[in-house]
Design a protein around this ligand. Structure first.
Ligand code: XMP
Length: 513
């Protein structure tokens, strides 16, 4: 049976991976490719459907990404989203112009529920808009399928040619019935069967890894995070002691984390692998001294990590394979490079230059995070590791605003530990996507036991999110916040104030730097 595939063509928007994720939620395999992928190559992949993403450009811009009209003539349904919808209109001779009123945020859209794409959707539905241009008039052969008071063409289609377009973003959660719309496109319009499942992934991955690695020596950088842990266990199941895992403790981990990682993957743990822990705290603090700019901090941590890893691997000697816990979002972000860079993620493209290895193994490179978690469960990795909160590669370095010092690391570790402890006690940890403490660069005056204090403010962050691309600030119970605040100011030396971050993403990000 042929594997069904939907192709997403990336025009540089921020939510492009989300589109692929939503398609995979329909159990249909989906890949993201650059917008410039030729119609011939697309045809060779035999897709069931094509989705054009949004993007920051205007179709009239000098360097704007355009598309070959032949893509629309492959006999495959196409859905254009935001910029993708404007491009479709432009290519077919419709009129795209700067909207007199730009729409940004949740917007009520009136849709024609008789159309296949809006089947089962309410006639007035809240959608996420983010555009300055709009389609002023549709091309010949197209009809308007959705509108708002200020956007005459929030949706259009030429059903005969299999062409559909929406101005808003059905892939983000803020579009309340967006998943229904995407499902309509994938299952009804593209007529996919939806038989792509994760069950057999682990089995076939282990088989493929054994075949590829044979008797070779394998090296893995283990962070203790979900991705590298799943990759390591997969490799250890496939090739056992041929694998060595190197765990670099950069001194920017959460309280006790280094020991926890060692307890699972070290000699006392359940896995049959070689484990090396490098305590490189002082080295990282030295390099970070005096550095305040967020991107500079990220780069230093990323580079230093690689240097330490290289030094350790030289001690191990020549290896045949280097394992990377790369997952699909990393592949998309580093490979296509069209989206505006908001933050550089140091685990992306950060390959050591001098490690003596022959090949890279990336067993998770086609999986999204939730799929990696499913694989982890299948491998028997304990729940508490599989459902760990995401923790950024640069660690507490980007939760310490301004210069990183050992004392600020201590403060943020202690405060974060208390926060996590109280959240767990209150039994609300499962409801939150991510929560942590950060230390602001602000010191303010307080008074403790009749003494004046001039100490740091700690910021607490908690978000609900399903995809980490968008997030809402969580409405934590006031008594929990009060308890955490009391404990932090009483128990953590150097803190006299606790603030709660109410910002959603966008416009904020989840981490502070
Ligand atoms: P932002 O702050 O961009 O974070 O809203 C989105 C998610 O990504 C995590 N994050 C990182 N993960 N390396 C990582 O592996 C990084 O450099 C990095 N920076 C942010 C963040 O914790 C959140 O889950």
């Amino acid at each position: 049976m042929d594997k069904e595939i939907i192709i997403v063509l990336d025009f540089g928007g921020q939510y492009n991976q989300l589109i692929a994720r939503r398609v995979r939620e329909c159990n249909v395999y989906c890949e993201v490719h650059p917008y410039s992928l030729s119609p011939d190559k697309i045809k060779a992949m035999n897709p069931k459907g094509i989705i054009f993403t949004g993007g920051p450009n205007s179709v009239y811009g000098e360097d704007s990404p355009l598309c070959d009209k032949a893509v629309f003539e492959l006999g495959v349904p196409v859905l254009g989203i935001c910029y993708g919808s404007q491009l479709m209109a432009h290519v077919f001779g419709g009129r795209v112009a700067t909207a007199p009123v730009s729409e940004y945020g949740k917007t009520e859209v009136e849709v024609d529920t008789a159309k296949a794409i809006f089947k089962g959707v309410s006639s007035k539905t809240v959608c996420w808009m983010s555009h300055t241009d709009y389609i002023e008039s549709v091309p010949e052969g197209f009809v308007v399928t959705a509108h708002t008071p200020v956007c005459p063409v929030a949706g259009m289609e030429n059903a005969e040619k299999g062409l559909y377009a929406v101005q808003f973003h059905p892939e983000v959660m803020h579009t309340q019935e967006g998943i229904t719309m995407l499902r309509n496109f994938v299952m009804n319009i593209c007529e996919c069967r939806g038989d792509w499942k994760m069950d057999s992934f682990v089995e076939s991955a282990i088989r493929d890894l054994r075949e590829r690695i044979g008797g070779g020596k394998v090296l893995c950088a283990l962070s203790g995070g979900v991705d590298s842990s799943v990759a390591a266990v997969l490799l250890s199941k496939a090739v056992g002691k041929q694998l060595t895992c190197v765990f670099v403790d950069h001194g920017l981990l959460r309280k006790n984390e280094g020991d926890e990682v060692e307890a699972v993957f070290g000699p006392e743990g359940p896995y049959d692998l070689n484990f090396v822990r490098v305590n490189a705290q002082e080295r990282f603090y030295g390099k970070l001294a005096g550095v305040t700019e967020p991107e500079a901090k990220r780069k230093i941590i990323g580079e230093e990590f690689i240097r330490v890893f290289e030094e350790e691997s030289k001690k191990i000697g020549a290896v045949d394979f280097l394992v990377q816990g790369t997952i699909y979002p990393d592949v998309i972000e580093s490979g296509l490079g069209k989206s505006a860079v908001i933050k550089s993620h140091h685990n992306v493209g950060g390959l050591p230059d001098y490690v003596d290895f022959k090949e890279i193994v990336e067993p998770l490179r086609l999986l999204f995070k939730d799929e990696v978690r499913k694989a982890g469960l299948e491998l028997g990795i304990p729940d508490y590791l599989v459902f760990r909160q995401p923790f950024p590669g640069p660690g507490l370095g980007i939760r310490i605003i301004g210069e990183v010092t050992p004392d600020k690391v201590r403060i943020v570790q202690e405060a974060d530990y208390i926060y996590r402890e109280e959240i767990a006690k209150a039994g609300i940890d499962k409801e939150l996507g991510q929560y942590f403490a950060a230390i602001t660069n602000m010191r303010s005056v307080g008074c403790m036991g009749d003494e004046r204090t001039y100490d740091y403010a700690v910021a607490l962050r908690a978000v609900t999110t399903s995809d980490f691309m968008t997030a809402e600030a969580a409405q934590l119970p006031w008594d929990v916040l009060g308890k955490v605040t009391n404990r932090i100011v009483n128990e953590v030396k150097g803190v006299n104030r606790v603030l709660y971050d109410c910002t959603s993403k966008p416009p904020g990000t989840i981490e502070f730097e």
